[in-house]
Design a protein around this ligand. Sequence first.
Ligand code: FES
Length: 67
Amino acid sequence: MDPRPVKRCLCYDRSFLEIQKEGLQSIDEIIDRYGCTTGCGMCKPYIEEMLRTGETSFPVLEEQKIR
Ligand code: FES
């Protein structure tokens, strides 16, 4: 089983890798291009982590880290 199963925004069907390859540098740029984070919002902490670290796949975050 993949230990880092979170790799995409499900609502807008975009992988974090696709977003990263576009060179988008902020949540606002990502929202303008794809809308990610504006659906259910569950991808937001992962996208923030992607912008911070450059990683594009993540383990499921613990609940307290999502808030
Ligand atoms: S998974 Fe990205 S907005 Fe729902």
